[in-house]
Ligand binder design. Structure first.
Ligand SMILES: Cc1ncc(C[n+]2csc(CCO)c2C)c(N)n1
Length: 226
């Protein structure tokens, strides 16, 4: 089954791990947001962990600035750091505040093992690997939410209380971000590995990183459990 058009590398990596990709993007948590049956406390537990997740995810994009090879790559990654730190984090704090979760509660929350595993896996991909390793580990997070948002915007129950969440990721703005990240990945691959990239052993290593990050995303939804 084909997904949204976020570039050739994403399409190939996604197609190489259909089981894990499905487990992530069609997780019971996601389906519960679509039909409105996801219990509110589960969503709030997820939100608290996601606040901590976004801090480390911002650090990973900052590491991508360090690992970038050109000024254009630096600009793209620095733009994501800015959007995360100034935009997404503030939005998160506001959504939590509206749900009755104070900033102090967010800061004091203990990181769950699934959260530790995922964020440190992505950071480690950047520490021990290069720009491509890091992008392959970052891709499922950014692009998976784009795919989920797009599908749910068309399939969700009209009355689901998670409509705002769905629309944030289905929005033209976020879909444009996904296409831009897809292009960043495709160009970074072409610059470093050339046109025959997919025949190189290195390609399989990148696909494996994408698959591992995808499995860790699927496990992250489980944090909503009581
Ligand atoms: C577990 C988890 N995975 C993905 C996202 C989505 N996300 C994370 S950062 C970002 C902005 C672009 O990099 C987006 C959309 C999330 N919030 N939490």
């Amino acid at each position: 089954m084909s997904g949204p058009d976020y570039g050739r590398s994403f399409a190939a990596w996604r197609a190489a791990c259909p089981g894990p990709w499905r487990a992530y993007t069609r997780h019971a948590f996601v389906e519960g947001m679509a039909d409105g049956t996801l219990p509110r406390p589960a969503f709030l537990r997820y939100l608290v962990q996601d606040y901590l997740f976004l801090i480390h995810f911002s650090r990973a994009w900052a590491l991508a600035v360090v690992k970038a090879g050109t000024l254009d790559e630096m600009r793209a990654c620095a733009g994501t750091v800015h959007a995360l730190v100034e935009g997404e984090m503030a939005l998160h704090v506001r959504i939590c505040a509206e749900a009755g979760i104070a900033q102090s509660e967010l800061t004091a929350a203990e990181e769950a093992p699934e959260n530790l595993a995922y964020t440190r896996y992505v950071l480690e991909a950047g520490y021990s690997g290069d720009f491509l390793d890091l992008l392959a580990a970052l891709a499922p997070c950014v692009l998976g939410y784009g795919e989920i948002g797009l599908r749910l915007a068309g399939a969700a129950a009209p009355g689901t209380p998670y409509r705002d969440w769905i629309e944030a990721y289905a929005s033209a703005d976020y879909q444009q971000t996904c296409r831009a990240v897809g292009t960043l990945i495709d160009e970074a691959v072409a610059d470093r590995l050339g046109e025959g990239a997919r025949k190189l052993p290195r390609w399989d290593a990148l696909a494996a990183r994408f698959e591992t990050a995808t499995r860790l995303e699927a496990a992250f939804w489980g944090l909503g459990r009581a």
